[in-house]
Design a protein around this ligand. Sequence first.
Ligand SMILES: *[C@@H]1O[C@H](CO)[C@@H](O)[C@H](O)[C@H]1NC(C)=O
Ligand SMILES: *[C@@H]1O[C@H](CO)[C@@H](O)[C@H](O)[C@H]1NC(C)=O
Length: 277
Amino acid sequence: MKVVNRHIGGAFLVWTLAVQLVLCESGVPTTDGIKNCKLYSDSESERKVLNRLAPLAHRNFTIETKNEAESYTYVFQLCGDAWGVPGAGVVQVDNTKKETKVIGMYNATQAYGGSDWVILIYRDGEAYDGHCSKEKRRAFVMISCNRDMDVAQLGSVLEDRERNQDCFYLFELDSSAVCPPIQSQLSAGSIILIIGICVVAVYLIGGFLYQRLIVGAKGMEQFPNYAFWVEVGNLTADGCDFVCRSRNREEAPAYRGVATEPLEEEQEERDDHLLPM
Ligand SMILES: *[C@@H]1O[C@H](CO)[C@@H](O)[C@H](O)[C@H]1NC(C)=O
Ligand SMILES: *[C@@H]1O[C@H](CO)[C@@H](O)[C@H](O)[C@H]1NC(C)=O
C-alpha cells in the first residue's frame, strides 16, 4: 500500500512540474497576423524581421495629405487588404476623384530591421503613367521604436518620383512593437534559483495537501513521500558515517576512557597560571 502511495505521489510531482512548464511557455507571441505576407525573395532573416511586426496586424493605418488642388488619403495595413483592396498593402485614395491606386502589394514584401527599427517594403504597385520609366510603384514603411505609442500612428509621406528609376513612397510609423526587449534585471543563476525554490515549494505544499486531503495522513506522515525521505535521511547518515568517521564506533568508548588522563593534565597546567608566582 505504501509503495502504491509513493507512485501516486511521484505522478503528482511530475504533473505539477508539467503545469509549471506550460505556464512558463505561454506568452510566446503569435505570428498569425503576418502569414499572408509573401516575401519577394524568401529568407529566414526577413521572416524574423516580419515576425517582430506581428502586433501591428489587422489594423488600417491612415494619413491624409492636402495641397491646393489635391487631397489624398493613404492607407497601410500589415499583411492584409488595405482599404479592402485585395492584395494591396498600401493604397492611395484620391479624395476628390474618389479613385484608389495600389502603391504596393503584400505578396511582394521585403523587410529589413535593426535593433529599434524595421523598414517594410511593398513592391508591385500600379505602374506610373509617365514618371520613373513607367515602373511599378513601391511603398517604403519606416517603423521606428517608440515605447510611448501603444497604438501606432502613421506619420509623414514623401514621394520621390522625379528620377528615372527606383521611385518610392516613404511612410513613417512609430510603434512599440519594434522596440528591443527590456533587459531583465535578473541573472540566469538567480532565475534558476527562483525556479528551484518554486518547484520545492509546490512539491511541499502540493504533496502536503495531497497526503492530508486525499491519502488522509496525520502528523509527520503528511510530508510528501515521508517514508522515502526518512530512508534518504538514514542512507545519507550511513554514508556520512562511512566516509567522515575515521574510526569504528565500537572503539570510540575505549579511546575516550584513555583520553581522560591527558585532559586532566591539561586542566592542571592551565590552573598553574592562576597561582601567584
Ligand atoms: C480597413 O478598412 C477597410 C475599408 O474601410 C475595411 O473594409 C476593413 O474592414 C478595415 N480593416 C480593419 C482590420 O479595420
Ligand atoms: C501577387 O498577387 C497578384 C494577384 O493578386 C499576382 O498577379 C502577382 O503575380 C503576385 N505577385 C507575386 C510576387 O506573387
